[in-house]
Design a protein around this ligand. Sequence first.
Ligand code: NAD
Length: 485
Amino acid sequence: MVIIQNYINGEFVNPHGQIFIDNINPAKGEIYSLVPDSEHQDVEMAVQAAQKAFGSWSQTPISIRSDYLRKLANKIIENLDQLALAESIDNGKPLSLCKILDIPRASANFKFFADTLIDFHGQSYMTDHNQNQLALNYTTYGPLGVVACISPWNLPLYSLTWKIAPALAAGNTVVAKPSELTPMTAFLLSKIVSEVGLPPGVLNIIHGKGSSVGTPLVTHSQIKAVSFTGSTLTGRSISTAVAADFKKLSLEMGGKNANIIFNDANFEQALKTTIRSSFLNQGQICLCGSRIFIQSGIYQKFKSALVEETKKLQIGNPLLEGTDQGALVSKDHLNKIISYIELAKSEGGNILCGGRQENLTGENINGYFFQPTLIEGLSNQCRTNQEEIFGPVATLISFDTEEEVIEMANATKYGLSASIWTSDVNRAHKLPKKIDSGIVWVNTWMLRDLRTPFGGIKESGLGREGGVEALSFFSEVKNICVGLV
Ligand code: NAD
């Protein structure tokens, strides 16, 4: 059984209290590894190690920091098979998905910031307000110090590296905390970090629960910024906990995204992508379109085709080729999804397909599998359509006019992303401005260019990740004004 350790100051160490949490393989429903149940003493050690390393790392030339990031990117690709297998076992998601999405993206995150760092520059202005005095204004970007990076379980290595890479690139040292439910690839990353020879203390990875590691980490007086991805509930509690200290805060949180399909949409493309945007990663992606709005002219036809295609999705052992739907991440999460199906029924929902736990046989007999589910007949205001379910469950709602669908799409406390399917070029450009979300895709979904700002509005997010936005977040901006006499 693999015993995961913390990575502090370049060394692998057990948690201070020598206490571990069971790490469950969700496709088998059995314990297969142990995760440190770290506490504030471990956080303290990690923060002190990061603080000690900060002086030298922050002075390290950009080209060398960039080289380190590129080495990490390359090593992740060299270890793609091992990392993909580990991610699949730890999370329950299909191995095939880990190979094409999770692990390549983790590598791309390091490579992207290795490149972007080189080009990252400030503004400069020659100021001539007064005839007799010219001045040169220019901005510089300096690192903040020790920063905290906290990530969720749904895209474990992908989302952790999306934070670590810009934080290190900008010259900060990092204490990272992956989800206690999916710690394995973060542990393997710490081995890669050690192999690559990143100086001790520059990146520290601490494992454990939100209450015993997350809270002492974000509230630590030496932590200058917190980059968090997870639920809105946790984001709110972090925001409250650090408010008095004026720490920089980046929050990527929940969503209840609208997928809007007009009569004039390319039917086949919209259908194919809606299957992905509803059920990829068992629907456990913050960007999934869990509310599908279909214009009345094609509602019946689209519904029938969607149900037919959904039923074809292969639920099974995540390690097997051909599996489309793996296991949900935990028993608690499975129970949460089951309770939402009961809620949907009590709210008058009609289950079009799925709606049940899937019982596999053999080694997966105790796994946490759930059938991809489509529901219709619910109002947009009901709890099923307002609360984030974060599983393989999507609802279908018919609409007639553009105004009607905009109102329904926006009538939620969330505002992460939306998709629009139309062949009307005017609508394609005009409608996104009226949708209250940080990202709008038109005739596509989850097409990511790492240079673009990523994040949500309302209760989905605070700030933006991606591109120079992330480098700016992890930097202190200074304006220097030089009078020219
Ligand atoms: P979560 O909020 O329960 O946990 C996220 C991380 O925060 C974990 O590492 C957890 O241990 C830690 N944590 C928990 N309590 C903490 C505290 N008090 N202080 C500091 N850290 C604490 O979320 P989850 O269940 O792991 O992830 C699912 C959620 O993440 C969903 O709501 C999903 O929408 C969201 N998500 C959002 C995005 C995005 O980009 N907007 C991306 C992925 C996931």
